[in-house]
Design a protein around this ligand. Structure first.
Ligand code: SF4
Length: 455
């Protein structure tokens, strides 16, 4: 039987930011590892974007050799504690596990997290090459690339625009999903390897790409994430009480705007509607519950079947009291004295599948109003416009049809300028998530190491 990690009671956890799930106990990890068949042709590995050797790390765990399990994972993934918590395993490795055909797949994510939390990366011997690499952004792609480039002996400096490191892992993902001590440990590992971190540096403003080159950086990896939120574009959007999920989560996660003595407090109302159905929408809704909203809705244009969020996040949100409203398309926000008072939605039904393969919502001409005082828009984000501006000045090519993402070689992440590479949400390929960003970081690091070897 598949092991399940113990969870905080939903009525208690909705009042705190402590982790929802505990880690597996030793006994649970052992029992779960023993279920693995160590397949000769492991489908789970094919489902992992960075191809972690899953059967071998589970085998090491089964044999009580947790340090070896940690080394096996870290050959391909520098962030096992993070990925074990935030990756959509049900659509990746676990979704392909052979055991899932007739029964339940191995809890690969929980085992990865168990190994990550209970082991520390071995600091490799580093032979300096004298070459220097600038990494712009300290999220998943940046951290992964930093480790692999540093291991090759190059000097690595990671520039972060915010005052703390970790990118979206820090400002976007709430601590009840990713405890901050776990993230700090991953960053500290890199510092121990000699990776330099500089915060409060906005590349494109504080320093340009040209200046980085003039400062002696031989290669640059752009991975500054998606900082530009998509908004609704409907009447009333400028009213007080309308926020992007990016702003809401950053203010709570990074600036602690929900705490009393903060310099920039959050105005917490009674009823919030989160517009969107992805993981960010779930994070925003569950955070809204925790900061004190009495009623929190998730409003989505399609049905529950089409929700793009992880099943686990949807379950957690429901358990914590979030109310789901389906087949509603936002039409207008109504205000009073400059503040949101209610929102009008058109009731939809589902038509034919669109290019995403999901059935498109079609308006019925009937409307519904919800009384709310806060609207949090979680419809996705576009690439950071500041770095784009600086990159444009350098002559880097963009894809104008795809929101202005950088055009990169998918295998090397090289842009149109030889020494500049890009990955993560500034040049996404496939689903935008932590493990795909790590995959991009690994590809860019490999290509940068090869490029520097030729200099
Ligand atoms: S597919 Fe499942 S059972 Fe087979 S090696 Fe991978 S985790 Fe183990």
């Amino acid at each position: 039987m598949r092991q399940r990690a113990k969870e905080q009671d939903a009525n208690i956890r909705r009042t705190n930011f402590e982790p929802v799930e505990e880690n597996f106990t030793y006994e649970q990890a052992k029992l779960e590892a023993q279920r693995c068949l160590h397949c000769k042709n492991p489908q789970c590995v094919k489902g992992c974007p960075v191809n972690i050797n899953i059967p071998d790390f589970i085998k090491a765990l089964k044999e009580d050799n947790i340090d070896k399990a940690g080394e096996i994972i870290r050959e391909t993934s520098m962030l096992p504690s993070v990925c074990g918590r935030v990756c959509p395993q049900e659509r990746q490795c676990e979704g392909k596990c052979i055991l899932g055909i007739k029964s339940e797949p191995i809890a690969i994510g929980a085992l990865e997290r168990y190994v990550g939390d209970n082991t520390t990366a071995v600091i490799p011997e580093i032979t300096p090459t004298g070459k220097r690499v600038a990494i712009v952004g300290s999220g998943c792609a940046g951290i992964t690339a930093a480790a692999d480039i540093r291991k090759a002996g190059h000097e690595v400096t990671v520039f972060e625009a915010l005052h703390e490191f970790g990118g979206v892992l820090r400002y976007g993902i709430p601590p009840f999903r990713l405890p901050r001590n776990i993230l700090d440990k991953e960053i500290d590992n890199l510092k121990s390897m000699g990776v330099k971190f500089e915060k409060n540096v906005i590349v494109g403003k504080s320093i340009t790409l040209e200046q980085l080159k003039d400062d002696g950086f031989d290669a640059i990896f752009l991975c500054s994430g998606a900082g530009l939120p998509k908004m609704l574009g409907i009447p009333g959007e400028n009213l007080n009480g309308v926020l992007s999920a990016n702003e809401f989560l950053t203010r709570v996660n990074l600036m602690h705007a929900n705490e009393q003595q903060t310099a920039t407090p959050l105005r917490v109302g009674e009823k919030a509607a989160i517009i969107g159905g992805g993981n960010v929408a779930m994070d925003a809704a569950r955070t809204a519950v925790r900061v004190g909203y009495k009623t929190v809705y998730i409003v989505y244009r399609r049905t529950e079947k089409e929700l793009p969020a992880r099943l686990e996040e949807i379950r957690h949100a429901k358990e914590e009291g979030v109310i789901f409203k389906f087949l509603l398309s936002p039409k207008e926000i109504i205000g009073e004295n400059g503040y949101v008072r209610s929102m009008n939605f058109e009731i939809c039904e589902l038509g034919e599948p669109d290019e995403s393969g999901r059935r498109s919502p079609i308006g019925t001409g009937e409307f519904l109003a919800l009384e709310i005082d806060t609207i949090i828009v979680a419809l996705g984000t576009g690439p950071n416009p500041i770095i784009q501006k600086s990159a444009k000045a350098e002559g880097i090519d963009f894809d104008v049809d795809r929101k202005g993402y950088f055009i990169v070689n998918p295998d090397t992440r090289e842009t149109s300028i030889e020494h500049i590479y890009a990955g993560g949400d500034v040049a996404p390929i496939g689903e935008s998530n932590a493990i795909n960003a790590m995959g991009a970081g690994k590809k860019a690091a490999k290509a940068i190491n090869e490029y520097l070897a030729k200099l």
